[in-house]
Structures are given as structure tokens and as C-alpha cells.
Write a protein that binds this ligand. Structure first.
Ligand code: COA
Length: 344
């Protein structure tokens, strides 16, 4: 089915919470910045065009020696410190990424070794830009089943490594970064609702064509730029608005909440115009939308946890706030969660 397919829970708001919950947040952005002016020197574009069409002013790029796992480890340290947990407490590492260090092994295993989390299982998950929300859905299920106590969930990407800097439509969008949290039974943000959806009939809209079993890497695939991310911007834009607003409305219907009950909407940071359109359709006022895209661009699976952590650090959330996460990405995939923020 091409609809939201599953729910971790549909919780009444007045009962004792039994999980899952997020118990820490952390993020990492590499220091090097690519501004719109920098891009204007390599493709036919301008700061005015990029800012007005996307809301992006600059994005980050990982250092030459930094891979996705390095960004993920930095974000993970922040999440563990925030959650007041030691690495020994983690029993599963779930890493959402579309830009792993290498196809094999899973980048989560590299993160496990770097953290010294020797008691944990480790695996990657790829749901494109919806990856972190799919990861939260999965981590929540592990926690609720009792298979895991503390899942370290990370969304991490080095999209600049698969960006074609001769294509002005895509190179303006993407940046690098990582966000992380711990999912357990008791924490600061209770997951009241979680749903995921997919439609595999539009895989061509966002893809990296070569480098897998369908089209293994060769001199020809490299020459044809088939290892770069390709995007049908206009069609993606429409699908992103449609799928995220449908996912958000399904979540409201399932929980019996109204749009006016939502304190914060944190959408995947794909394009400021996509975020505003989703908010308008769902009926959430623009000041309630966490818009973090100006300095980060689209960091795919890392975008929602980075935006959420930066909003938290800025003091945006208060006790009892209902926070809606919604994302859309390659696949196509989409997902939505409603969280309740607890101050203590
Ligand atoms: C890519 C995107 C920013 C393009 O914006 P848009 O408003 O749809 O722009 P269009 O594609 O209609 O292009 C309009 C014109 O601007 C031009 N243009 C495209 N990129 C440009 C750039 N960086 N600078 C200047 N002009 C550009 C196009 O060539 C076109 O020119 P034409 O009218 O002469 O043909 C927008 O479609 C988008 O954000 N899509 C979603 C992408 C995304 O989020 N992908 C990941 C999803 S998880």
C-alpha cells in the first residue's frame, strides 16, 4: 500500500508513558561552509536565485579526511552526553544514511568501533531523506518489543561527495552533517505516534544510477556522471508537498489531535517553499515551523535531528509541547512522528 502502513503506538495523552522516548539529542556540522556566492563561481546561478527559490544561504562540507562515520561519531558523542549514558549502555546502533563510508561494511559498524560500543549490534538503514524518521520508527519497535533498552539512532550524510557540481539544479541544495539521539523507554521526548509510507513507482525522481548491482561502477558510469545524485526537481517538489502533508494529516487523524495542538512542525529541510506549503495545507502557522535550512541546506537523513537539536538548543521547546516530525525522500519514502516534550 502507498499509504502510512504502521504505527508504533497511538497513545492516549493522559496515561503513564511506557515508551519509546528520545533521551538525548546531538548534532555535528563540519566547519567548512559553501556559500551561494561560492557556487555562483562554478555554475550559472546567484545568491538571489538560490535564496528566493530554496531559502538556502550556505551549506557545510565535510573535510577531505572526514567520512560519514566521522560526522556520525561526533553527533553520537553529543547525544550520549545529553542522555547521560555511557557507550556500554547502548545495545543497538542504527545509522540512517544514503552516503555510507563504503558499500560494505555498514557504516554503523565503523561508528561502533570508534565509540567503543562493543556490547551493541550495528546496522545501517537507507530510506533517503526520510531515513532518520524510519530509524526512529524502527528503534521504537526494538524498544517496545524489549529487544533493546537503548538504541543509538543517527542520521548522517556526506552528500557533497555525491553532488554533481556541474549541475546547478542539484548542487545548490545539498550539505553535510549528522544528528543523533538515544531511543529508550524513558526520556525527554515521548513518541506518541509514528508512521511510515513508501511508493516505489517513482524511483527515478531521486537516484544515484550506478555503483550497485544493476549498474556496477565502470569507466563509462564515471564518465556519464552516474555516481552523482540525480533529481527531477519540479516533480520531487510536488511529491514532497503532497506526501508530507498527507502523512501529517494522517498522524493528526490517528491521534485525534488538531493542527492547532501542534507546537512545532519540524519538516525535512528540503526547500523553504516545500516546508511552507506543507504547513499551509496542514494548517500549522509559519512561526510554528522549524526552518533551519539557511545555514545547513538539505542534509538528507541528518536534516530533521539537526534542525530539532538546534531548535532545542535555542530554547524553543517547553514542557508539554507537541512536536511533529515529517519527512520525504528517495524511494519514494515518507514518515511522520508526533513527540511530546518533557522538561525534566
Ligand atoms: C530544484 C529546485 C530548487 C528548482 O526550483 P524551481 O523553482 O522548481 O525551478 P525550476 O526547475 O522550475 O527552474 C526554473 C528556471 O530556473 C533555472 N534554474 C534551475 N536551477 C537554477 C539555479 N541554481 N540558478 C539559476 N537558475 C536555475 C532552470 O533552468 C529554469 O530555467 P528556464 O525557465 O529557463 O528553463 C526545486 O524544484 C526543488 O527544491 N525541488 C525539490 C528538490 C529536493 O528537495 N530534493 C530532495 C528531496 S528529499
Amino acid at each position: 500500500m502507498n499509504t502510512l502502513t504502521d504505527r508504533v503506538t497511538k497513545a492516549p495523552l493522559n496515561t503513564t508513558w511506557m515508551g519509546p522516548s528520545l533521551s538525548g539529542l546531538g548534532h555535528y556540522l563540519p566547519p567548512t561552509t559553501i556559500t551561494n556566492h561560492d557556487l555562483g563561481k562554478i555554475v550559472d546561478t546567484s545568491d538571489e536565485w538560490i535564496s528566493s527559490r530554496t531559502g538556502i544561504k550556505s551549506r557545510r562540507r565535510a573535510g577531505a579526511l572526514q567520512a560519514t562515520s566521522d560526522l556520525a561519531v561526533e553527533a553520537a558523542h553529543g547525544a550520549l552526553a545529553e542522555a547521560n549514558l555511557a557507550v556500554e549502555d547502548i545495545d543497538l546502533i542504527l545509522l540512517a544514511t544514503a552516503t555510507p563510508d563504503t558499500p560494505v561494511p555498514a557504516t554503523a559498524s565503523l561508528v561502533q568501533e570508534a565509540l567503543g560500543a562493543h556490547g551493541a549490534g550495528a546496522m545501517d538503514l537507507n530510506a533517503g531523506c526520510s531515513g532518520f524518521l524510519y530509524g526512529l520508527h524502527t528503534a521504537g519497535a526494538f524498544v517496545r518489543s524489549g529487544y533493546s533498552q537503548n538504541v543509538l539512532l543517527i542520521g548522517a550524510e556526506t552528500l557533497t561527495r555525491v553532488t554533481d557540481y556541474s549541475d546547478r539544479q542539484t548542487c545548490i541544495l545539498f550539505g553535510d552533517g549528522a544528528g543523533a539521539c538515544v531511543v529508550s523507554n524513558k526520556g525527554q521526548m515521548d513518541v506518541l505516534y509514528s508512521g511510515v509510507g513508501s511508493d516505489g513507482s517513482h524511483t527515478e525522481l531521486i537516484q544515484i544510477q550506478a555503483g550497485g548491482s544493476r549498474s556496477p561502477a565502470s569507466a563509462d558510469t564515471v564518465a556519464a556522471h552516474q555516481h552523482f545524485l540525480q533529481l527531477d526537481g519540479k516533480r520531487v517538489f510536488k511529491q514532497a508537498v503532497r506526501r508530507m502533508s498527507e502523512a501529517a494529516n494522517t498522524a493528526l487523524e490517528a491521534t485525534g489531535l488538531q493542527a492547532s495542538d501542534v507546537s512545532w512542525l519540524i519538516p525535512h529541510q528540503a526547500n523553504e517553499r516545500i516546508m511552507s506549503a506543507v504547513a499551509e495545507i496542514v494548517g500549522i502557522a509559519v512561526p510554528q515551523v522549524v526552518n533551519d535550512i539557511a545555514e545547513t541546506g538539505n542534509t538528507s537523513a541528518a536534516s530533521v535531528p539537526i534542525a530539532m537539536d538546534r531548535a532545542r538548543q535555542a530554547g524553543a521547546f517547553k514542557d508539554g509541547d507537541l512536536i511533529m516530525l515529517v519527512a520525504f525522500g528517495a524511494g519514494l519514502t515518507w514518515a511522520c512522528q508526533i513527540l511530546r516534550y518533557n522538561e525534566s
